[in-house]
Ligand binder design. Structure first.
Ligand SMILES: Cc1ncc(COP(=O)(O)O)c(C=O)c1O
Length: 474
């Protein structure tokens, strides 16, 4: 047996590191990374918006690790918070006594959120926060209630329960559902009528079997924003019908939309909210489910029931410390207000870009620091350059084009971008909240350059680069 030391692991030469990743971790993902030009990335360090590579390149991270990096990479105050924990030997794991940092973090979240949201449960991931929210509602409702309402195109995570209410992207295919499909009602996002119709269809003798309705206030995959009054309308309809509301803010919460949670742009509060990703300051895996006291008491308030939903790593000391510090940085640096201002700046720049590239950019979505640019790549254009059916990874013309765009942004403009495979024509722009207008200019200028050269050039470069990689074994 030969296991690598930490130093040997850190010092792994790129080829060897990629080989280990492919062989022992995720070969399919490695293939995708290679197609996007990331197989040559030997990451030396990361700080703020920047990722530094061994070949001297500095990449601007506009992916935020899909929402984790609200504060960018290795924020100095987050590093300092970790140092304080280490120097003081702060206790991390304690199950047989209360941890003061759990109470403090829960207090801080209650301060950031409107009434009645004041009781927290901590998880290590977003999906677990969603699971916790669903179970809380289940337990608080009468046992006759057995169904959930979820939205089309939603994403709530990939554990069995959260996956059952995730309708986007074909993630359910091939898996058993934790919540059986007959217990999940899917309705169109954005339509109050659709929700009312669904409830009416389930109601008999004045009662309905619905436990709770789950919604992402802004959808993370399709980047759809709610019509005005939609979230308040949902809450009112649900309340009238004895249905709990769960707002899933795992991706769009933590200030990204210009308010702490996206739903706070309407005068409304759900029964339960879920948070994660940026809550860990970019360094820790932590999620939270925050509910009102009444629903919490109903579900788990008694001594008998208080440990019905707990987990081993709930609120480790250092994770809580980092999350507490993250919330303080948000407040001290006015990051939520800055996200709103920078979001408006980005919207203006993207509108001008859309005007300049009419026909290529067909729609702009989102707000704050999650915006989407939808392209019309021209069906069939890519297929003229290459037979996409043989490409395996990027089978549809749109996803092949989007992969080309990501590779062009990476290799020609040193920008790390991303998209959701369920909407392959929609580029996501999701920088950390510490982004400056100069960074936004760089991104929009890069898109301008790519669009000016044209999609055919971008696609041809992509094909050439992938053939070159194959020939050189990169
Ligand atoms: C809205 C939403 N909910 C839940 C999740 C699941 O979070 P995790 O991947 O941490 O399990 C995600 C992840 O992207 C998400 O965007």
């Amino acid at each position: 047996m030969k296991i690598l030391s930490l130093q040997e692991s850190l010092d792994l030469e790129l080829g060897k590191a990629n080989e280990l990743y492919s062989r022992h971790f995720n070969p399919g993902l490695m293939n995708i990374y290679k197609a996007l030009g990331m197989g040559s990335w030997d990451i030396v360090s990361a700080e703020g918006m920047e990722i530094r590579l061994r070949d001297g390149r500095t990449i601007l991270d506009f992916s935020s690790s899909i929402g984790v990096l609200g504060l960018g990479h290795n924020h100095p105050r987050i590093l300092a918070a970790e140092r304080i924990c280490h120097e003081n030997k702060v206790i991390d794991a304690i199950k047989m006594a209360p941890h003061k940092l759990q109470g403090a973090l829960a207090h801080n979240l209650a301060q950031m959120l409107p009434d009645p949201l004041e009781v927290s449960f901590f998880s290590v991931s977003g999906a677990e926060a969603v699971e916790a929210a669903m179970k809380l509602c289940e337990k608080a409702q009468s046992p006759e209630k057995t169904k959930f309402i979820t939205m089309s195109g939603s994403f709530h995570g990939k554990t069995h329960g959260a996956l059952s209410v995730t309708t986007a992207g074909g993630f359910q295919r091939g898996f058993l559902m934790g919540i059986p499909p007959e217990n999940v009602i899917e309705v169109e996002y954005g339509s109050l009528d659709a929700v009312e119709r669904a409830i009416a269809g389930e109601t008999s003798g004045g009662a309905n079997p619905i436990i709770a309705l789950l919604v992402e206030p802004v959808t993370g995959e399709g980047v759809h924003t709610p019509p005005e009054g939609y979230l308040r309308g949902l809450a009112e309809i649900c309340k009238k019908n004895g249905i709990y509301t769960i707002f899933d803010e795992v991706k769009v919460g933590m200030g990204r939309m210009g308010t702490f949670c996206a739903f706070q742009q309407e005068d409304v509060a759900p029964d339960v909210v879920t948070l994660s990703k940026a809550l860990g300051g970019g360094k820790r895996a932590i999620g939270a489910m925050v509910s009102g006291r009444e629903i919490y008491q109903k579900a788990y308030g008694s001594r008998k029931d208080c440990s019905l939903h707990t987990s081993t790593f709930t609120g480790l000391g250092e994770s809580c410390a980092v999350a507490i510090e993250a919330l303080n940085i948000y407040r001290d640096d006015n990051l939520i207000e800055k996200a709103r201002e920078n979001g408006e700046y980005l919207s203006r720049k993207l509108s001008l870009l859309k005007e300049k590239h009419k026909g290529k950019i067909v729609e702009l979505r989102g707000r704050g620091l999650l915006q989407g640019v939808r392209f019309s790549f021209g069906k069939g254009l890519f297929d003229k350059v290459v037979d996409t059916s043989k490409m395996g990874l990027f089978k549809t013309s749109d996803s092949a084009f989007m992969a080309s765009m990501l590779r062009a942004l990476n290799e020609q403009h040193n920008i790390l971008a991303h998209f959701a495979p369920s909407s392959p024509d929609l580029l996501h722009i999701m920088p950390p909240l510490i982004v400056e207008t100069g960074h936004l200019d760089t991104y929009v200028d890069a898109l301008d350059d790519i669009l000016t050269k044209g999609f055919a050039v971008m696609a041809a470069q992509f094909v050439k680069a992938n053939i070159r990689d194959r020939l050189t074994g990169a």
